[in-house]
Structure formats: C-alpha cells, structure tokens
Design a protein around this ligand. Structure first.
Ligand code: NAD
Length: 261
C-alpha cells in the first residue's frame, strides 16, 4: 500500500540499525527517501540501490555529518530543492558510557552535537518547507532515556531529554499548521549501538553474549525481548498518516514496559 506516494523523507543515521529500519518502512509505504549516515561507501551504495529496487522508489544518499550544523541544514535544503522535505526523521545518534566525573568532555560535545543540536538544525531548516507544502511530519528518535535516566549516561540522557523538550516546543509552534512533531522512545533495540554495550558487559562479567544480552534486558525491559527496527518503522508510518493528524508533541515509548515501572 503506497500511502506515502509523492512524499519525500529524510532519515538521518539510516545506514544502520533503527534508521535503516525506518527508511525501509517509508520506502515500502511509497515515499522517496534520503539516506544519511556514516559507513563504507560501497556498502552504503549497495543499501541505497537495493532499497530503491525493492520498493520502486527514488532513494538517494546525503553524507552530511551531523556534527556539522551547516551540513545538516544543507542536507534539508537539497532535499527540499529536489522534490520536498515532507517527512524528517531525526534518528542519528551515538552513545558513550562513563560516570559523570570521568565523562570525557569531547564525548559530551559529540553526543550533544549529534543527538540534540542536529535535531534542532534539521528541524529549523525543514519547518518552512513543510509549511509551504502543506504537510509535514517530524519524528525524533529519542529514547526511554528521554523520559527516565540510567547511570553512566550523563550526555545521552541529557541530550535525549532535550530532544523530548524540543519536540514539544516545535509541536506547539506548528500546531496550527498541517505539521506534527513527535518523539519516539525505544527501549532496547539490538543494533550496533547496543551490541557494543552488550559486548562490553560480556567481557566485564566474563559471560557469553546471549547471557549478557539477557541480563541487560532483565534489568530494565519487562518484556525481556528487544524492540525491533521494523516495529519502530511501523510506528513512524502510523505517525505519517492522516489518523495521526492530531497526534503531536508527544513522546511515545515503545519499550516492552520499561517506563511503566
Ligand atoms: P546505530 O549505531 O545502528 O545507528 C546510528 C546511525 O547514526 C548510523 O547510521 C550512523 O552512521 C549514524 N551516525 C552516527 N554519527 C553520525 C554523524 N556524525 N553524522 C551522520 N550520521 C551519524 O544505532 P541505533 O541503535 O540504530 O540508533 C539510532 C537512534 O536510536 C539513536 O538516536 C539512538 O540513540 C536511538 N535509540 C537506540 C536504542 C537502541 O536500543 N538501539 C534505544 C533507544 C534509542
């Protein structure tokens, strides 16, 4: 079903994990897509070509570095100039864990730049284009850590709470426009970002990967199962449809019950 035919979506950080899952869902729903993210040029081109062929939509790639505000804004302007910036999914993100007194200042700066400031720059650039086109959907991939905290994640939790706050402000400022702005707040999703945390835990506790993954889930996620990029993609498609016209300014957890505790 091509419910998003004629729409163009930008998904930041879509060369991997959750962003890739969301980009695939948007392409499947008929939207043309701008992919973005880091990685091997050959692998990114293979992903781009495969996604375009599988869903019969235009898929391009923009190498904008989310640490660079001018590149973030130029990515939005380019997409808007080439066909529209109807759907903006601010998903790119990184993680670093350490107690606050040991947290490296350069990791703090990088997490703030990618996980929070890039969301501001992309949104600021996209809103005028969305107003002109009479349709806009901004979906910020926050986290349960936009709603609650965990130890050793000072920068990540601060940035994700910031994303939830920014989401509410943008929703209010666009409330009378045909634009919505929401945050989605995943619990654990088994992507390279979390894989690294599980591997570190397995090494520290001298247990195998599956055991470490089970313990990680057991601590926080009552369902004891990972959320999947496909499930998050389906949530984004719902947010892009007419049924969600009045759903704005919300932080929507998909977390196996994590934040119900
Ligand atoms: P991932 O590491 O698989 O993907 C991150 C993406 O961001 C990649 O495409 C990477 O290339 C891109 N990226 C990183 N730095 C970049 C930069 N400077 N410029 C452009 N792109 C850059 O991780 P993921 O788990 O898929 O994370 C995606 C988002 O979901 C992040 O914002 C993360 O905080 C959030 N999230 C993840 C989980 C989880 O459990 N995996 C849970 C909640 C929220």
């Amino acid at each position: 079903m091509s419910i998003l035919q004629g729409r163009h979506a930008i998904v930041t950080g879509s060369t991997s994990g959750i962003g890739e899952g969301i980009a695939r869902a948007l392409a499947r729903a008929g939207a043309s897509v701008t992919l973005n993210g880091l990685g091997d040029a050959g692998e990114i081109e293979a992903l781009r070509a495969e996604m375009a062929a599988e869903h019969g939509v235009a898929v391009n790639y923009d190498p904008a570095d989310m640490r660079r505000p001018e590149q973030v804004r130029a990515m939005v302007e380019k997409a808007a100039g080439e066909g529209g910036c109807d759907i903006l999914v601010n998903n790119a993100g990184i993680q670093h864990t350490a107690p606050v007194e040991e947290f490296p200042a350069d990791r703090w700066d990088a997490i703030m730049a990618i996980n929070l400031s890039a969301v501001f720059h992309a949104t600021a650039a996209a809103v005028p284009h969305m107003r002109r086109r009479g349709y806009g959907r901004i979906v910020n991939v926050a986290s349960v850590h936009g709603l609650v905290a965990s130890v050793d994640k000072a920068a990540y939790v601060a940035a994700k709470h910031g994303v939830v706050g920014l989401t509410k402000v943008v929703a209010l400022e666009t409330a009378r426009d045909p634009i919505t702005c929401n945050a989605i707040c995943p619990g654990w999703v088994l992507t390279p970002l979390v894989q690294a945390q599980i591997e570190a835990r397995a090494e520290k506790e001298k247990v195998d990967f599956d055991r470490a993954a089970g313990e990680l889930l057991g601590e926080k996620q009552p369902s004891a199962a990972f959320v999947t990029p496909e499930q998050l993609g389906a949530l984004v498609i719902f947010l892009c449809g007419a049924a969600a016209d009045q759903l704005t300014g919300q932080a929507l957890p998909m977390d196996g019950g994590w934040t119900a505790q």
